[in-house]
Ligand binder design. Structure first.
Ligand SMILES: [Zn+2]
Length: 371
């Protein structure tokens, strides 16, 4: 066991098992962020010009279509603010909301308000609850860290499937470097990896996933980008995206309401992030979140360390949420507690496309060097 160490620049520490530090005591996440940001993050005036060029291209390309692009709405800050910004840019959006069974009432209300006020057509996909439940229990039995794979996979897959169905090429994504530039791989393995999802479900699931939305390797890396020529656009990387400011704008302009913390729009995600991960693995996602805000200049390290002193889960709320999760998953308290005792596993303990993707990205890098 290595000794505890915390980065001198952000607040990531040795609870990330793969973290490394340079001679100045700065972690690999800070260094990687610097490299990625230089290529993909344009919060200054340059971003404006770049974004305008992208939007003009989309509008031109979609002039004959009913919609310019598709957007996934969760009711959270990122996707809500993205919808607001895209609307300001005059993009005609079709919104998709995927109901995985865990939405907080506030999140649903936020989605309704956004679509109504901004005049966006909304399609809601309701995931078959029996299948979702079976998959989620299978993931709990597997003992892996990322228990949000079932929800996240369904969100992305349903969004892409619906885009294809409606012949929409452009997908707006709220993913951004300003608020989520840092996340260790072992804390949150890729939810889009269908081989990983199915290997866990084959081992621990009970019923067949007949209607559960899926995206496989071929669709993700060949069909969508090369055959359907779909493109993911991340507008929040081209504007000075400040989370607190964004919340204020959403509240003032749309009557949107905040629900407490990043990704707490889902009651399961809240329980998973504030209880399962820290209790079982010692992973506190606030560290990654605040570190992202530090490297993007929205928070100081001192402020972040002070925030970390706050209680992660007030006991009364934890009790309520835990009861809710147990009831919703159709488990007894004893069954649930025994699931929380499952041996801790890495995503690498199960079949996945991780190694195949590593090989592909190396080939891609080499080709870039040659071309
Ligand atoms: Zn760091």
């Amino acid at each position: 066991m290595t000794n505890y160490q915390i980065c001198n620049h952000c607040i990531m520490d040795t609870t990330d098992p793969e973290i490394t530090f340079d001679e100045q005591g700065v972690c690999n996440h800070c260094r990687t962020f610097g490299m990625i940001a230089a290529q993909h993050w344009f919060p200054g005036p340059e971003g404006n010009t770049k974004l305008k060029a992208i939007v003009d291209r989309i509008k031109k390309d979609c002039a004959d279509n009913e919609y310019d692009c598709i957007i996934g709405l969760s009711g959270g800050v990122d996707s809500s603010y993205l919808a607001y910004q895209a609307s300001q840019l005059g993009l005609r959006m079709l919104a998709v909301h995927v109901d995985g069974g865990w939405n907080s009432e506030l999140a649903v209300k936020n989605i309704e308000i956004i679509c109504e006020k901004l005049g966006i057509d909304l399609y809601t996909h309701v995931v078959n609850w029996e299948e979702m439940k079976d998959l989620q229990v299978a993931f709990l039995k597997s003992g892996v860290a990322n228990q949000d794979v079932p929800q996240d996979h369904a969100f992305f897959a349903a969004l892409y499937n619906y885009a294809v169905k409606n012949n929409i090429r452009y997908v707006l994504s709220g993913s951004n470097l300003a608020t989520e530039g840092i996340l260790p791989l072992s804390w949150g393995y890729d939810a889009m990896d269908l081989r990983h999802l199915e290997s866990i479900h084959n081992m621990f699931g009970r019923i067949e996933l007949k209607t559960f939305p899926k995206v496989n390797f071929f669709k993700r890396y060949i069909y969508y980008p090369y055959i359907r020529r779909m493109e993911v656009v991340k507008p929040l990387n081209y504007i000075p995206y400040d989370k607190d400011q964004a919340i204020k704008v959403l509240e003032k302009e749309l009557g949107w309401r905040y629900y407490g913390a990043k990704h707490y729009e889902s009651r399961f995600t809240k329980f998973f992030q504030a209880y399962y991960l820290p209790q079982r693995f010692g992973y506190d996602k606030r560290k990654a979140h605040f570190s992202s805000l530090i490297v993007s200049g929205q928070m100081t390290r001192v402020e972040a360390l002070k925030e970390m002193e706050k209680q992660l889960y007030p006991p009364e709320q934890l009790r309520e949420d835990k009861e809710f999760v147990i009831r919703k998953l159709g488990l007894s308290e004893v069954e649930f507690e025994s699931l929380l005792q499952a041996p801790l596993k890495s995503f690498l303990d199960y079949d996945s496309d991780y190694r195949l993707r590593l090989v592909l990205s190396r080939i891609k890098q080499r080709l870039k060097g040659i071309l």
